[in-house]
Design a protein around this ligand. Structure first.
Ligand code: ADP
Ligand code: MG
Length: 233
């Protein structure tokens, strides 16, 4: 569960002050899949970074899994992050010095998964996302779309309770984008709570609720009509 109350974030540089988030309140219930949409610069990434414990808010409060995160020490934040959060970054954030295999494996090492299970899980998710033949490569040797799939694999490999995804299909063609959305849908079906930023109405249709942001504020929230599975007989 993600509960955000009146969260604000001000970026202060020498000359300008930017209010990236202005009293944002959002609740994502346990097991819910929520999308955030909104124009560039509306504060979507800032919000996700704070919820993902990679940045801190200026004021307000927020709880993850019923625990207050405002004021938590770095070390405690890091623990919550590693144990519970899978984060798909807009700019991938892959570790250049590590191979694709090692990048994807990292969350499993943090969580003390045995090496045989790690191998099986890395190979299985790489297969699913069509990057099996790239496991020995390094991030710089990959296309943008391949890097994005590695970022998705790394974020989701450990079945995190909370998934935060910042434009996870932004660099993908529709086939690879669908793989990513299917993976998210599967993890959602298994109980994950998901908060995703996207510009795609199609991707948003996989979620239960869409929140529209603008100028650091929540403009509206709407429930999405259920996707209808087309049954073939
Ligand atoms: P979005 O993801 O919706 O495109 P962002 O959250 O990236 O928007 O940015 C929201 C606002 O905060 C923008 O005006 C952006 O320029 C500003 N901003 C984001 N990160 C920083 C930063 N590190 N320093 C200063 N301003 C920032
Ligand atoms: Mg962004």
């Amino acid at each position: 569960m993600i509960k955000i109350n009146n969260l604000s974030k001000i970026f202060q540089t020498e000359e300008v002050e930017t209010k990236a988030l202005n009293e944002v309140s959002i609740t994502v219930n346990q097991g819910e899949f929520v999308t955030i949409m909104g124009p560039s610069g509306s504060g979507k990434s800032t919000l996700l970074n704070i919820v993902g414990l990679l940045d801190s808010a200026t004021s307000g409060s927020y709880q993850l899994l019923n625990q207050e995160m405002m004021g938590l020490k770095e070390q405690e934040k890091s623990k919550v992050r590693k144990q519970n959060i899978g984060f798909v970054f807009q700019n991938f954030n892959l570790i250049d010095e590590l191979s694709v295999y090692d990048n994807i494996e990292l969350p499993l090492i943090y969580n003390n998964v045995s090496s045989s299970e790690r191998k099986q899980k890395v190979e299985s998710i790489a297969e699913r996302l069509g990057i099996s033949h790239r496991l020995k490569h390094y991030p710089q040797q990959l296309s943008g779309g391949q890097q994005q799939r590695v970022a998705v694999a790394r974020a989701l490999i450990n079945n995190p309770k909370i998934i935060l995804a910042d434009e996870p299909t932004g660099n993908l063609d529709s086939k690879n984008g669908n793989e990513v959305m299917e993976l998210l849908t599967d993890l959602h079906a298994q109980g994950a709570t998901i908060l995703m930023v996207t510009h795609s109405d199609y991707d948003a249709s996989f979620s239960q609720k869409t929140i529209l942001m603008k100028d650091g504020m929540v403009l509206s929230e709407k429930l999405n009509s259920k996707k209808i599975d087309i049954l073939t007989t």
